[in-house]
Design a protein. Structure first.
Length: 423
């Protein structure tokens, strides 16, 4: 098979590396890819939202299967674009159709879906610029901290958690009236704060059948002790030690099953990955959000634990035969630590030479924001490189990550040294 992975981050490098190990693979392409994917696949400078460019690539290289990494093209309807084009309609696409991708494209849509299908989540209300005064009133009915979420896609940065009522009102005004997150915050969801510990659950579905991948926990804040600004993710651990058999059973029964059934009942066509952001409140799981793709950096700890041929799994998903797959999961713990550019998640410079990659041993290196420049690997994003290790527990795995991280160098490089501090 000829396979195309759309995207350029650590998630796409992890997926591409796993696909590259398949005996079923003939040729692997990544668009636009990064310096890491160029070592295992052919990169093409085609943007993930350039659907005509993707079409030309798919037809020229006789692609059989497309795996969509990021959320943007899914929310923009890349799967529908394939289905509605006579030349492309027989190419398998892993990723939900546009109507189903609204689960991530709109927080309000996702909340209404959860309420409709009795999926446990926080109480909420939605507001627009016309109802901003009602938003102030609703905030006054809540206890701090106050949770404000931009309805649309804001690259993982559209959620604010604030302790002060006046500050929460000011931020609501900034989001609704001053377009703090652009069109993404034209609608804002305000919800009750849930106090607990977060984790992510990943589900594969062919629209009818489902398989649950290992759980993971990521660390979003830039500063140690989970302080400072939100990022796209500074590292992750899989499995989550506090999710025991009984709790996992609750997740499947109360969240996964009603989600998959709800998609079918609502006629939301879904072939792909469902990322369910959860919080454990007491002993109960509650859904914080849905994403319609794998998480990043969670993919870098979940995918390396899958022992199956990933192409077999993806093919079964595309053909509606996921029930025929038995997942084989590595029982060891995987951890990943992300090295980021100085200044991230605010302003940072690109083009810094990265050295030491070749000296990393006994760990996997996943490129996130990198590119090749005159034969050198240089930084090309905020989150630059993830180092993933396996161990008998998360402490052992993290120790390997940190030992290898010391071999890596680029100007301004930063990483968190406290992952797992809350476990």
């Amino acid at each position: 098979m000829n396979i195309l992975v759309l995207g350029s981050g650590g998630r796409e490098h992890a997926i591409a590396l796993k696909i590259s190990q398949s005996a079923k693979l003939e040729q692997l392409f990544v668009a636009p890819g990064n310096a890491g994917t160029s070592e295992i696949a052919t990169n093409f400078e085609v943007g993930v939202n350039d659907f005509e460019g993707v079409k030309a690539l798919v037809l020229r290289e006789k692609i059989d299967l497309v795996v969509v990494g990021p959320e943007d093209p899914l929310v923009n309807g890349v799967h529908d674009f394939f289905l509605n084009d006579d030349a492309l309609k027989d190419v398998s696409v892993i990723g939900p159709q546009k109507a189903a991708a609204e689960l991530e494209g709109s927080k309000e849509f996702a909340k209404e879906f959860m309420m409709r299908h009795q999926i446990p989540t926080a109480a909420y209300e939605s507001f627009t610029s016309e109802t901003v005064e009602k938003g102030y009133d609703f905030l006054e009915t809540l206890k701090p901290p106050y949770v404000l979420k931009a309805d649309g896609l804001a690259a993982g940065k559209g959620v604010l958690i604030l302790q002060d009522l006046d500050e929460a009102k000011a931020e609501l005004k900034s989001m609704l009236l001053d377009s703090k997150f652009g069109s993404a915050s034209a609608t804002v969801v305000i919800e009750e704060f849930l106090d607990g510990i977060e984790l992510s659950c990943f589900v594969l579905t062919d629209g009818t059948n489902y398989k649950i991948l290992p759980t993971a926990k990521d660390y979003k804040r830039i500063g140690e002790g989970d302080t400072g600004l939100n990022t796209g993710g500074m590292g992750a651990i899989s499995p989550v030690p506090f999710a025991d058999e009984s709790f996992l059973h609750k997740i499947e029964r109360q969240v996964v099953q009603p989600t998959v059934k709800g998609l079918k009942k609502d006629k939301l066509p879904y072939v792909g990955f469902i990322f369910i952001g959860l919080i454990k409140v007491g002993e109960e799981p509650k859904v914080i959000e849905y994403n319609v793709r794998m998480g990043d950096p969670e993919t870098e700890v979940v995918v390396p634990r899958i022992k199956n041929d990933l192409v077999d799994i993806l093919t079964a998903m595309a053909k509606g035969k996921l029930n025929e797959i038995n997942l084989d999961i590595d029982q060891r713990t995987a951890t990943t630590v992300m090295a980021v550019s100085g200044g991230y998640p605010e302003a940072y410079e690109k083009g810094k030479e990265i050295t030491g990659i070749e000296s990393i041993k006994d760990s996997l290196v996943f490129h996130a924001g990198t590119k090749k420049d005159d034969g050198k690997v240089v930084t090309n994003g905020g989150r630059v490189i993830a180092i993933t290790s396996l161990g008998n527990d998360f402490q052992e795995a993290l120790q390997k990550c940190y030992q290898n991280m010391e071999k890596l160098h680029f100007d301004g490089m930063y990483y968190r040294k406290d992952l797992g501090f809350d476990l």
